[in-house]
Design a protein around this ligand. Structure first.
Ligand code: CUA
Length: 319
C-alpha cells in the first residue's frame, strides 16, 4: 500500500485501536462526548478543506465574467459569515460539553491529591473519609465527582478511556466527573510534566458492579488486622517504614507516603506501574533505585534473607 493511502487510513486505523489508555474507544459518558466532538471537528475540517481547495482550483481555472463581484461574494460569505457561524456554533457546543463534564455534583465524591510521583486518594463517605492510594475504584453507571489538588507541583489527572483531563494545582481545588459505562480496569496517568518520575506516575481505575464496589469500599474502610508480634511487622517498624507510611489499626501513622492499610488489595505497585507480586514487592524494597528512580523513598538493600521474606509476606497479607 502506498504511503499516501496509509496516511489516509490512519485515523480509521487509530479508531480501531482499543486499550487501557485510548480516548478513541470511550468507556465513559464524558469520554464519549469528547470523542464525538473530535470526530465532528475532524470530519468538518476535512469537508471545509475540500471546499477551500475546490474554490481555489475553480478560481484558477474558470473564466468568470464578473470576477470582482464573485470575489466579493466569496470574501463576505466564505471569509466572514461562514467562519463566524461555524466557529461560533463550535464554541457554544464546546462550552456546553465542558460544563457537562465538569459538574458540581456527583453520586459520590473522591478526593485525589497529586504527589511526586503517586496519588493520594480519599473517598468521602457518611462514616468519614476512607484513604487509599494509587488505585481508584468506581461503580458502573454512577457519576464519580473527583475533587483534585496537588501537594507540591502541578500534575494532571487523566483517565483517557473515561474522560478528563484536569490539572491538579497546589493550593487550588479543581473538579472532574467520570461516569463509566463499561466494566474494566482503565489506565490513568499524569498528563503534566512534573519532574523525574512523571512518566511513572500512573494509576488503575477499576470500574466495578455497584454491589461489588460497596463491598470493596466497606472493606477499605476497615483498619488492618495486624499482630504486633508478626515478624514482618517487626521489620516494618524497625526499619522506620511507619514514619512515612500509615497502616490503619497499628502505631504506624506516617503521613508522607502512600497509605498501606490494604496495600495488597491493589492490582499494581509503585503508582500503577508493576504487577502486585511478592517478587516485585521484594525488588521494590531492595532495588527501588532501578524500579522507580528519583522518588523520595530510598532502597533498603540491607534487608535480605529471612527478614526480607517476612516483610514481603507481611505486606502481601495487607488485603
Ligand atoms: Cu505528576 Cu506528571
Amino acid at each position: 500500500m502506498s504511503g499516501r493511502k496509509v496516511l489516509f487510513l490512519l485515523p480509521f486505523l487509530l479508531a480501531g485501536c482499543s486499550g487501557r489508555h485510548n480516548w478513541l474507544s470511550a468507556a465513559g459518558e464524558e469520554a464519549q462526548r469528547v470523542e464525538h466532538l473530535f470526530w465532528v471537528l475532524l470530519i468538518g475540517a476535512a469537508v471545509i478543506w475540500c471546499i477551500v481547495i475546490g474554490a481555489a482550483v475553480y478560481a484558477q481555472k474558470a473564466s468568470v465574467p464578473d470576477r470582482e463581484q464573485q470575489a466579493r461574494h466569496f470574501i463576505v460569505w466564505g471569509g466572514a459569515v461562514f467562519p463566524t457561524v461555524v466557529v461560533g456554533a463550535l464554541l457554544v457546543w464546546g462550552l456546553v460539553i465542558l460544563k457537562d463534564i465538569t459538574p458540581n455534583e456527583g453520586d459520590r465524591t473522591i478526593r485525589v491529591d497529586g504527589e511526586r510521583w503517586w496519588w493520594r486518594v480519599v473517598y468521602d463517605t457518611d462514616d468519614g473519609p476512607v484513604p487509599t492510594a494509587n488505585e481508584i475504584r468506581i461503580p458502573l453507571g454512577e457519576t464519580a465527582l473527583f475533587k483534585l489538588t496537588a501537594d507540591d507541583v502541578i500534575h494532571s489527572f487523566w483517565v483517557p478511556s473515561l474522560g478528563g483531563k484536569m490539572d491538579m494545582i497546589p493550593g487550588r481545588e479543581t473538579q472532574l466527573a467520570l461516569t463509566p459505562q463499561k466494566l474494566g480496569n482503565w489506565g490513568g496517568l499524569c498528563a503534566e510534566y512534573c519532574g523525574g518520575a512523571h512518566a511513572l506516575m500512573r494509576f488503575d481505575t477499576v470500574v466495578m458492579e455497584p454491589d461489588e464496589f460497596d463491598a470493596w469500599l466497606a472493606a477499605q474502610a476497615q483498619p488492618a488486622t495486624v499482630d504486633p508480634e508478626d515478624e514482618g511487622y517487626q521489620v516494618f517498624t524497625e526499619e522506620g517504614c511507619g514514619s512515612c507510611h500509615t497502616i490503619r489499626g497499628t502505631d504506624s501513622i506516617g503521613p508522607v507516603g502512600p497509605d498501606l492499610t490494604h496495600f495488597a488489595s491493589r492490582e499494581r505497585l509503585g503508582a500503577g506501574i508493576y504487577k502486585m507480586t511478592p517478587d516485585n514487592v521484594s525488588d521494590w524494597i531492595t532495588d527501588l533505585d532501578n524500579m522507580k528512580p528519583d522518588i523520595d523513598m530510598p532502597s533498603y538493600p540491607h534487608i535480605n534473607g529471612a527478614r526480607l521474606e517476612a516483610l514481603v509476606s507481611f505486606l502481601m497479607s495487607l488485603e
